[in-house]
Design a protein around this ligand. Structure first.
Ligand code: C2E
Ligand code: MG
Ligand code: MG
Ligand code: MG
Length: 273
């Protein structure tokens, strides 16, 4: 009986696994043609300066409309990473976002923050893509911030370090995304030049003594290293006040605005400022 039960659960397990693999394969096929089919758009979410309470930069966030179904980047980005599609998709985002920025007239000197995944960063074409995008749009490099998740810093130390130094040499700013979730040791961070640290929204939204302790320690460390700080996931007035009081430099979250299309961003700005 026990044997049959075991075999039964293995059967269920492998069927579930099989379905998941099938679904991944289907999505992957669709993802392969998504650029050519014009299924991607880039949305932009405001990042606010705490002191002046004005727009400082926007984060570019990729959106995929697949058969009128919206698929979350949390689903398709890891898939693109695994299937080798990320360098091409990442290059598309970089170009799209910098072209959009170069067209905007509503805010002088607005910066743009773009997420870069590990396979994109380490791909041989990355620096060339970056240089071409900056050159063709005539955007000055300090207005480009590249967000790299903390977990990327935790591994691949040497190769990542080389790439990050290439960014610094160009004047591009580097942000460490989802800070506090990546298990990197502080000594590793010390050797990585970075301009911004983004405190993960899990700490912002978890109103506990422990989270506050982590936030305070992060702010202190950022200050010592000369990094500015951004708190992610501000949804309420209470969170806004709390993070401002703790001494964060910039705030981002649904409280201010959700990610929006380029044209909605311009309307939002004109309505509010
Ligand atoms: P992320 O870089 O940490 O981006 C922030 C995510 O938090 C976004 O989710 C954003 O919509 C969401 N968010 C912002 N404010 C709030 C808030 O107040 N409350 C809550 N609950 N969520 C908030 P999104 O757009 O679904 O993106 C998820 C992740 O996918 C991103 O996390 C990033 O890691 C990845 N991603 C998105 N676009 C790209 C891209 O172009 N390239 C790469 N490599 N990764 C991307
Ligand atoms: Mg990000
Ligand atoms: Mg983040
Ligand atoms: Mg995050």
């Amino acid at each position: 009986d026990q044997k049959r039960e075991q075999r039964g659960s293995v059967g269920v397990f492998s069927e579930a696994l099989h379905n998941e693999i099938k679904r991944d394969q289907r999505l992957c096929e669709r993802l392969r043609c998504a650029i050519d089919n014009g299924e991607f758009t880039v949305f932009y979410q405001p990042i606010m300066d705490v002191n002046s309470n004005t727009l400082s930069s926007v984060e570019a966030l990729l959106r995929w409309n697949c058969d009128d179904e919206h698929i979350s980047p949390a689903v398709f980005i890891p898939l693109a990473e695994r299937s080798g599609l990320m360098p091409e998709i990442g290059a598309w985002v970089l170009n799209r976002a910098l072209i959009d920025l170069s067209h905007w007239q509503f805010k002088q000197g607005l910066a743009i923050s773009i997420n870069v995944s590990v396979s994109q960063l380490l791909d041989d074409s990355f620096l060339k893509v970056l240089d071409n995008a900056l050159k063709s749009t005539q955007i000055s490099s300090e207005r480009l911030h590249l967000e790299i998740t903390e977990s990327v810093f935790a591994s691949n130390k040497e190769v990542v370090g080389v790439k990050v130094n290439e960014l610094v040499a160009r004047g591009v700013k580097v942000s460490i995304d989802d800070f506090g979730t990546g298990y990197s040791s502080l000594s590793r961070l010390q050797s990585m030049p970075c301009d911004f640290i983004k405190i993960d929204r899990s700490f912002v939204q978890n109103s506990s003594e422990e989270s506050d302790t982590i936030i305070r320690a992060t702010l202190l460390m950022a200050k010592e290293f000369g990094c500015k700080t951004i708190a992610e996931g501000i949804e309420t007035e209470q969170q806004r006040q709390h993070l401002a009081q703790l001494g964060t430099d910039y705030l981002q979250g649904f409280y201010f605005a959700k990610p929006m299309s380029a044209s909605d961003l311009i309307s939002w700005y004109n309505e509010n400022y």
